[in-house]
Ligand binder design. Structure first.
Ligand code: PMV
Length: 342
């Protein structure tokens, strides 16, 4: 059997994608930082053989739940990727972070899967794409597997979804921010504070569906568009105060939308709010530009410039770790994007 393997990172959205239509088309543009330490590795051995067959191993053990999910996804794309109709795959997947860390792994794992499928396609069809077209195709395929995964194939700051602010941006695939960010943002850090390691109580599919009849949906989509325009400006000019305003507003809006949707979800934990209060106090007292964002869950992503790393990491250990499950947190930072490892 031939073999291909990709390592692909997770990403953290600063302007959130929440609400979709059609085939994974976002209702508003989003912007994320790609991470470095939080990644998935997927290795696929493949053989052209009659019919489709697949084995799936997660962290060395056969996993039927993931196998079914991935087999369904591959079936759904076989009209465009016809080589998948007659192929046998053996997939090994693992994450750099513990499965029980409460970190969503769909962005990293589904982008790794899409990259592997595109590489296998190149090998079987004997057609090598340019690096740019390859990543665009992989991003588009990753989007079909899990929306936010389309941003993980690129490093740095990544935009997905059409916006008048960036004419090349598309709803179908992500693209790296087409300019260099202010130096303060280039090596930004993200410490993920694991407030709860439990599984999410609302799936992202159900979460997006809440927006379909949400009374604030249209206003939210306008707000996301204007936050994106403001954030693009901030990433150019290096204003960390405005960065904190926009990013925290996005995180709290996401949770607000979940709280006032029908049915309603409260995904923050009491310790999430305690930590948010401590972050705001610390920022007011020290003028150190640290801020937070949240995914659709209770864990906090603490964002700060590299130059404040020592002071902030000391403060995390002394004050914030007490509010994390088993004092657990993960230091991460902006990364370079996906990487072919075999
Ligand atoms: O990619 P999905 O369908 O898991 O949705 C991700 C939604 C958020 O993480 C809350 C926001 C985002 O843009 O990543």
């Amino acid at each position: 059997m031939r073999k291909i393997a990709w390592r692909s990172p997770s990403n953290i959205a600063l302007v959130k994608y929440w609400g979709k239509r059609g085939v994974q088309i976002p209702e508003n543009p989003s912007l994320s930082f790609t991470l470095q330490a939080s990644f998935s590795e997927m290795e696929i051995s493949f053989e052209e053989k009659k019919g489709f067959d697949m084995d799936f191993y997660f962290e060395g053990k056969a996993n039927e739940k993931f196998k079914t999910k991935i087999a369904q996804f591959l079936k759904s794309i076989e009209e465009n990727y016809t080589f998948l109709k007659n192929i046998h795959l053996q997939i090994h997947s693992k994450n750099s972070f513990p499965h029980s860390a409460g970190i969503a792994s769909s962005a990293s794992s589904m982008s790794a899967l899409a990259l592997c499928i595109c590489s296998i396609g190149e090998e079987i069809l004997g057609e090598k794409l340019s690096a740019e077209s390859f990543l665009q195709q992989a991003s588009s395929l990753a989007r079909l597997a899990s929306g936010s995964a389309c941003r993980s194939v690129y490093g740095g700051a990544v935009v997905w979804g059409s916006t008048p602010a960036l004419p090349a941006a598309s709803d179908e695939y992500a693209m790296p921010l087409p300019f260099e960010m202010h130096p303060i943002f280039q090596d930004y850090r993200d410490t993920i504070l694991i407030v709860s390691a439990s599984e999410k109580s609302v799936s992202s599919r159900a979460g997006h569906a809440l927006m379909n009849h949400h009374p604030f949906a249209q206003v939210r989509y306008q707000q996301a568009n204007s936050n994106l325009v403001r954030l693009i400006d901030v990433l150019k000019n290096g204003n960390t105060e405005s960065f904190a305003d926009i990013v925290e507003n996005e995180a709290l809006t996401l949770h607000g939308l979940m709280m006032n949707s029908d049915p309603s979800f409260i995904l923050m934990h009491p310790n999430t709010l305690k930590i948010i209060a401590l972050i705001r106090d610390f920022r007011a007292q020290t003028s150190i530009p640290v801020c937070f964002t949240l995914d659709a869950g209770p864990n906090i992503h603490l964002l700060y410039p590299e130059k404040w790393k020592e002071a902030i990491q000391k403060w995390i250990e002394e004050e914030l770790a007490a509010f994390c499950e088993n004092r657990y947190y993960i230091h991460d930072c902006i990364g370079k994007g996906a990487e072919l490892i075999q």
